[in-house]
Write a protein that binds this ligand. Structure first.
Ligand code: ADP
Ligand code: GLC
Length: 479
């Protein structure tokens, strides 16, 4: 049995702002089959503290934890074995995980997640008498300092560390004046260490000090080493290329299976989607239409390329296609989609975050659109495959690795395609791709075959859990 401490700022079903939460929440169960015991170390946000039952047990006290005292709690929740940092001065506050109601990042975010990372290193050093990890597996910048603290601790050399990059756009920068507050050595505040253009970078610390690095798709692993996608850290990643690999995300089939989904009219074959499509059109007040019903379920940010979709929409509307958008994010994008919905009967928009609705949309939509400028993995195209909502995606990152694009070759005799891809990521290329989608949709037999292909495509955790297990084994016994 290999013991792994997963250090994560979010996990389903407790707290989620993006796909990282799905992945962190699904991995422990997926890995159990590989003789890996994974416990999650998480911040004690109000939502986490409330979810813990009376059975939560105090397993350690941390009197001096980044500006206040803290407790470490152990609890089980759903299928998760949790260790929770109960530090009210850092985590007991309302609203978002990372920002206040007004959307401004909490000014002490560096301390909050340094604390999480430091507790990980304490656990690696033997804080808990009965459980010590063989490997500490951190996620994103929030756990970036864990490999650094471990390297400075008595666990150095004994406990291995791996950091997964879910999104390099978030780097956890802090001013140099916080060196002391974050318990960082001035000697390591160098370009070879965690210094990044005069600031402290928690993510860079992880990239430099972790034994291994992973990201969430093979294509993104390659992209990360290029200036176009590395967001200033491509040099570091080129230097550590031998330690970096890409392992695709899977989806949690307990939650995302059209056969058993409690939020929809369950179905086993693509034909079962019709009732869900009717219901979705009714729910959103959309008319019947000749073209495909396309969906977006997404954070509304620059990354996701949805401004391009606004520009490309005529290509869908002129074929009597429809669009349903579920999302929240930048005010400008929210406003633009709201206005588009007011103008066109074939566009409907729900601004907000709504998990059950996201299931109903997947079940009812003919296609899911993911025109991202970059996408480390992406989960909604995987849900789309599983639910027979054909993905139309940009040729980038994990989108490139998970969708088999419709081309003359993949449509020949026995079609193997599962969706549509476009490149470059521009409004024109997206408009062309929407036209192609409409052409395919106008051939019902072919469309049905593509839906069958999509629904049969493996998107669960089996292969990827095996890849993580192999990585852990290799870290402990290098071949
Ligand atoms: P990212 O992590 O970059 O946001 P992913 O595709 O990996 O992108 O994961 C996004 C996750 O968040 C998916 O599970 C998706 O269904 C969900 N999601 C995004 N926006 C919403 C929303 N408005 N309502 C419900 N679920 C959403
Ligand atoms: C990030 C990425 C997304 C990925 C998710 C989970 O938020 O933007 O592509 O699927 O992490 O790894």
């Amino acid at each position: 049995m290999i013991r792994v401490l997963s250090v994560t700022p979010e996990a389903v079903p407790l707290v989620k702002t993006g796909g990282l939460a799905d992945v962190a929440g699904a991995l422990p169960a997926a890995l159990a089959a590989h003789e890996i015991e994974m416990r999650l170390l998480m911040p004690g946000y109000p939502a986490v503290m409330q979810a813990l039952s009376d059975e939560a047990e105090t397993v350690a006290r941390l009197p001096d934890c980044f500006g206040g005292s803290a407790r470490l709690l152990a609890a089980r929740h759903d299928r998760l074995s949790l260790l929770v940092v109960d530090a009210p001065h850092l985590f007991d506050r309302g609203a978002g995980l990372y920002a206040s109601d007004s959307g401004k990042d909490w000014p002490d975010n560096p301390e909050r997640f340094a604390a999480l990372s430091w507790v990980a290193s304490e656990i690696a050093s033997g804080l808990l008498q009965d459980w010590r990890p063989d490997i500490v597996h951190g996620h994103d910048w929030q756990a970036g300092l864990a490999p650094y603290y471990i390297a400075q601790s008595e666990a150095a050399g004994r406990v291995r560390s791996v950091l997964t990059i879910h999104n390099i756009a978030f780097q956890g920068l802090a001013p140099a004046s916080k060196l002391g507050a974050l318990h960082l050595r001035k000697a390591d505040f160098t370009p070879e260490g965690f210094e990044y253009w005069g600031q402290i970078s928690a993510l860079k610390a992880g990239l430099i000090y972790a034994d291994r690095l992973t990201t969430v798709s093979p294509s993104y692993a390659e992209e990360l080493t290029t200036p176009e996608f590395g967001m200033g850290l491509d040099g570091v990643l080129r230097q550590r290329a031998a330690a970096l690999c890409g392992i695709l995300n899977g989806i949690d089939r307990r939650v995302w299976s059209p056969e058993t989904d409690p939020h929809i009219r369950p179905y086993k074959t693509p034909r079962g989607k019709a009732a869900n499509k009717d219901a979705l059109q009714q729910e959103f007040g959309l008319p019947m239409a000749d073209g495909p019903l396309c969906a977006v379920i997404s954070r509304l940010t620059d990354q996701k390329g949805l401004d391009l979709l606004l520009d490309a929409m005529p290509a869908l509307l002129e074929r009597d296609g429809q669009l349903v958008v579920l999302g929240t994010g930048e005010a400008a994008l929210e406003g633009a989609f709201r206005r588009a919905a007011e103008k066109h009967a074939n566009i409907a928009v729900h601004i907000g975050y709504d998990e059950p609705l996201s299931h109903r949309i997947m079940a009812g939509a003919d296609a899911i659109l993911v025109p991202s400028r970059f996408e480390p993995c992406g989960l909604t195209q995987l849900y789309g495959l599983r639910y027979g909502a054909l993905p139309l995606v940009a040729l980038t990152g994990g989108l490139a690795d998970t969708v088999i694009p419709a081309t003359p070759a993949t449509l020949a005799r026995v079609p193997v395609a599962t969706g549509v891809q476009f490149h470059p990521v521009s409004a024109q290329a997206l408009a062309n791709a929407l036209g192609k989608l409409c052409d395919l949709y106008a051939r019902p037999k072919l469309w049905l075959k593509l839906q069958r292909n999509a629904m049969a495509h493996p998107v669960g955790w089996d292969q990827s859990a095996a890849a993580y297990a192999a990585l852990y084994r290799d870290m402990l016994n290098p071949s």
